[in-house]
Design a binder for this molecule. Structure first.
Ligand SMILES: Cc1cc2nc3c(=O)[nH]c(=O)nc-3n(C[C@H](O)[C@H](O)[C@H](O)COP(=O)(O)O)c2cc1C
Length: 312
């Protein structure tokens, strides 16, 4: 039987310039383009929903197989940023997602700085209807292309090129020597905050066929095996840049893992792969955070941020 709580913790958070009703954000690429999951999870019950990355053009993505289980309880994907393009999304998907009352973050990608600028310009036409742009600078599945977030100068240039009325979040990778320098570059470029982290490049091998398990060869590792790396990245960036809003993302599937992300310095928590195992994971994680706060007499979830006691 569910225990009724005597009081409800305040779950609202302030993510840079954006007020969220709670800290749980559906991660890009794991919650569709719009309202696909709305019959299972009311998008308005989440802090925000991040739409799968969109380019200024339609893109087919990678050949199948695009997803597989990864060793250690994770997932490997090489979807390759398939999508209809920003303008088609605005026309065909935004109205339905908007009607759910969701706080909408739109992830964008491109092959050049100009591509990002062009996607951001299209989105300025719906500035009052979306809360943020997330510039995906860190997809590992675009064979032959550099991950922009491995270069501080390209990161800064792309964020600056996207500037407009909509706050920009830069989504970074942990596959760098010094993530703090890339984070600083994003903020210097005008980012309102950071999303940490994207998947990490990985490989699964089919030993019978002696081929990669995924059609594109390698893929991006997500889920449980990513959690410790994400926590460490969030802690290191938050420690260096304590005032910067961070959506901590990677391997979160329980309320206490989300709490760990907040303690490490995240302002909000992205949830991706967990949704594939349990479509209601975002809601259940949110409920888990509320229960944890209640059981630890934490009245407002904002009080948790960055309170990890790091050894001296
Ligand atoms: C199938 C799949 C598709 C994804 N597509 C995108 C994408 O389009 N854009 C993006 O920025 N991240 C994408 N990601 C990365 C997630 O948003 C997230 O950063 C990553 O999976 C780590 O979080 P998780 O362990 O909770 O999944 C994708 C992840 C998965 C599993």
């Amino acid at each position: 039987m569910k225990r009724k709580r005597r009081w409800q913790p305040d779950l609202s958070v302030q993510l840079g310039p954006i007020s969220l009703r709670n800290p749980i954000v559906a991660a890009s690429g794991t919650f569709g383009y719009g309202s696909e999951l709305a019959t299972i999870v009311a998008p308005s019950a989440l802090g925000a929903v991040t739409v799968k990355s969109l380019a200024p053009f339609a893109h087919d993505g990678n050949p199948p197989l695009r997803t597989t289980e990864a060793t250690g309880g994770g997932m490997l994907n090489s979807v390759g940023l398939a999508g209809p393009g920003v303008d088609a999304w605005i026309r065909d998907e935004l109205p339905e997602l908007e009607a759910t009352g969701a706080t909408i973050f739109v992830s964008i990608w491109g092959r050049t700085v100009e591509d990002y600028a062009s996607a951001a310009v299209s989105l300025q036409s719906v500035a009052g209807r979306i809360a943020a742009i997330e510039a995906n600078l860190s997809c590992p599945n675009l064979g032959g292309h550099e991950m922009f977030a491995q270069s501080p100068s390209l990161t800064e240039a792309i964020v600056a090129a996207c500037a407009g009325a909509i706050p920009i979040f830069a989504k970074l990778t942990a596959q760098v020597t010094d993530v703090v320098s890339v984070a600083r570059a994003a903020i210097d470029g005008g980012a309102a905050g950071l999303t940490l982290i994207n998947t990490l490049p990985g490989l699964m091998v089919n030993v019978e066929s002696r081929t990669p398990a995924l059609g594109a060869g390698g893929g991006g590792l997500s889920g449980s095996p990513l959690h410790t790396v994400a926590l460490r990245t969030v802690r290191d960036v938050a420690n260096a840049l304590p005032d910067v809003a961070i959506i901590g993302t990677g391997g979160v599937s329980t309320g206490s893992q989300a709490v760990a992300m907040l303690l490490a310095g995240a302002t909000a928590v992205g949830v991706g792969t967990a949704t594939f195992a349990n479509p209601r994971a975002t809601l259940e994680i949110c409920e888990g955070v509320a229960r944890w706060c209640h059981d630890h007499d934490v009245r407002t979830v904002r009080a948790l941020r960055g309170t990890l006691q790091w050894p001296k």
